[in-house]
Write a protein that binds this ligand. Sequence first.
Ligand code: FMN
Length: 180
Amino acid sequence: MAKKVLVISSSLRNNSNSETLAKQAAKGAQDAGHDVEFISLKDKTLNFCKGCLACQKTMKCVIKDDASEICEKVGNSDVLIFANPIYYYELCGQLKTLLDRCNPLYPSDYKFREVYLITASAEDGDEVYQTAKGGMQGWVDCFEKAKLVKVLSGGGLSDPADAESNQAYLQAAYELGKNV
Ligand SMILES: Cc1cc2nc3c(=O)[nH]c(=O)nc-3n(C[C@H](O)[C@H](O)[C@H](O)COP(=O)(O)O)c2cc1C
């Protein structure tokens, strides 16, 4: 059955490696017949969560910026694929900010059940993305009906466009999307 798949790319740089992999995942999901939407945070305005918790009663954020529309799309998707450049062994600030700003979803009847994370980092190795994976896992654990299905880590991707010639990662990202 076709699923509603939302791909969110969080790197702000041109020729982003994580975005290249996210686009491959989107293509895989599209080819599998799913209904796919791709969002880049590059052209979005996202302010920090103020922690007022008004959203827990109203289901809406008091801050008027692009996070509200993205949050609504997150809540209405079956599958979420987040792409993240590793910054200091963590989720990048802009993705963390978006996750915080999705707090209106916490008490809601959110639809998403499966979450995927794609990372890009200069260094290779399992330890490079563990904290970012933990951060995403922590967010997903707060949504009891959802699970973090898979993390695809693109290690050894340093300069812009490095991912474009890495056939193994391109294929792995495509397969990730194809199998959501
Ligand atoms: C602020 C900052 C912190 C970074 N920290 C790490 C790091 O801890 N480990 C690592 O392997 N690469 C690190 N990098 C390199 C990026 O993860 C790497 O360039 C990656 O390809 C960026 O993904 P993007 O092209 O999607 O933006 C860092 C880059 C920046 C700008």
